[in-house]
Write a protein that binds this ligand. Structure first.
Ligand code: ADP
Ligand code: MG
Length: 388
């Protein structure tokens, strides 16, 4: 059965929805630091409220070791959601557990205009094991299921996977937009330019392989590039690399579309205030490459300006430090500006979005993906258990 959009459901009026969201927000001591993910789910929540559907909401939050991990309780999320929507429009009831008798009773008594917010789904071991019995318990709380958690769809977890065996299932509005926009990268207006940075290659190898036939250029920066430079036989000093990534990179070197930095900003350990621009062939044994250099910025920029479609994931340097943020901010700004024009631009990734925020140009970008690892998997052509 093909999963449909909730917009297509005609018969949901008054029925109870199980809504799986991704409210995995940055939080410390109960204080929410960024509510972007909560805001992103509002259109679907409001649509369900308008249809008089009582709503059960489930999300994970972090990676709790056990139920005792009170720092990862979803209570602050429930309170914040009620504040954002407004008590006049809905009341949010906090369920003290993920499932069980009390939760079942609360779900039965739930009325239109009310949301029952479950405890952290990962408090139950069944969630990450895609356990059928756990999924069945969740499903028994509602009449139909809505998936609004694209960022976990690459995982085989009960609340995105097994639960769909037991309920009629639909896609949420944000999830549909996410897929629609990412599909424009899979079938791009050409030329397609792929810009990749960040650290670990193993999460990014499939996207490089999968988009390579469609792309005109694959530009590589950040610590990711160190692995390629090393694979080419260059000396990279004390730069961040990992052995497995270097051997992956070796296999990709034949690909003529892959463009590597020609210069980098280096620094020695313990001397972060002293930094130099070096050609990639002259990094000394004590030096660490921490950003792409000005020549590379210019060369990458020329290629980016030719693109009709751009996808960017991964910072091009250790942008968290002022001295090494220039490559990331220069190209991030350029991509946002091009995206504002005729070029279709997609940007995604945890740290990449932090860097994008520093440019204050997020609103220029055609699609800012909330998918993170799921975006990489989807564009990498990997199986998405939560979407199949
Ligand atoms: P994203 O979450 O956006 O997909 P990654 O998690 O792959 O990105 O990588 C982000 C991290 O990579 C950042 O914290 C950044 O500091 C780091 N990084 C990028 N380039 C370098 C570099 N040359 N040396 C060390 N760390 C780097
Ligand atoms: Mg990251």
């Amino acid at each position: 059965m093909k999963t449909k959009s909730i917009r297509e459901i005609k018969k949901i009026k008054g029925k109870t929805a199980f809504l799986r969201v991704d409210f995995n927000v940055p939080i410390s001591s109960g204080k929410i630091k960024d509510e972007t993910k909560i805001i992103a789910a509002l259109p679907t929540i409001r649509l369900l409220l308008r249809c008089n559907c009582p709503i059960i909401i489930g999300t994970h939050l972090g990676n709790p070791k056990s139920k005792k991990d009170k720092n990862l309780s979803t209570k602050p999320l429930a309170k914040r959601l009620e504040k954002i929507i407004g008590k006049r429009f809905c009341s949010v009831i906090v369920a003290d557990d993920v499932c069980g008798k009390k939760v079942e009773k609360a779900a039965e008594e739930l009325k239109p205009g009310q949301i029952l917010f479950l405890e952290n789904l990962r408090f139950d071991k069944g969630e990450q094991k895609n356990d059928s019995a756990f999924a069945k318990k969740l499903a028994s709380l509602a009449d139909f299921y809505v998936n609004e958690a694209f960022s976990v769809c690459h995982r085989k977890h009960a609340s995105v996977c097994a639960i769909r065996k037991y309920l009629p299932s639909y896609h949420g509005l944000l999830l549909i937009e996410e897929i629609k926009n990412l599909d424009k990268i899979k079938n791009p207006a050409k030329p397609l330019v792929v810009l990749m940075g960040g650290a670990k290659i193993n999460t990014k190898i499939n996207i490089i392989k999968n988009l390579s036939p469609k792309a005109s250029h694959i530009l590589i920066g950040g610590a990711l590039a160190n692995n390629f430079l090393k694979a080419k036989g260059l000396k990279v000093g004390t730069s961040l690399i990992d052995k497995e990534s270097v051997s992956y990179a070796k296999k990709l070197l034949k690909n003529k579309k892959i463009i590597l930095p020609t210069d980098v900003v280096v620094s020695e350990k313990g001397k972060k205030n002293e930094h130099k621009i070096k050609e990639v062939s002259s990094i000394s044994a004590k030096e660490m490459a921490l950003d792409i250099g000005p020549e590379t910025i210019r060369d990458f920029a020329k290629i980016i300006k030719q693109a009709k479609t751009i996808i960017w994931n991964g910072p091009l340097g250790a942008f968290e430090e002022n001295a090494f943020k220039h490559g990331t901010l220069a190209l991030g700004t350029l991509i946002a500006a091009r995206s504002r024009g005729k070029t279709f631009g997609v940007i995604g990734g945890g740290e990449t979005l932090e860097a994008l925020k520093m440019t204050k140009m997020e609103s220029y970008v055609d699609w800012v993906s909330t998918g993170g690892g799921a975006m990489l998997s989807y564009l990498g052509g990997e199986k998405m258990p939560g979407l199949q």
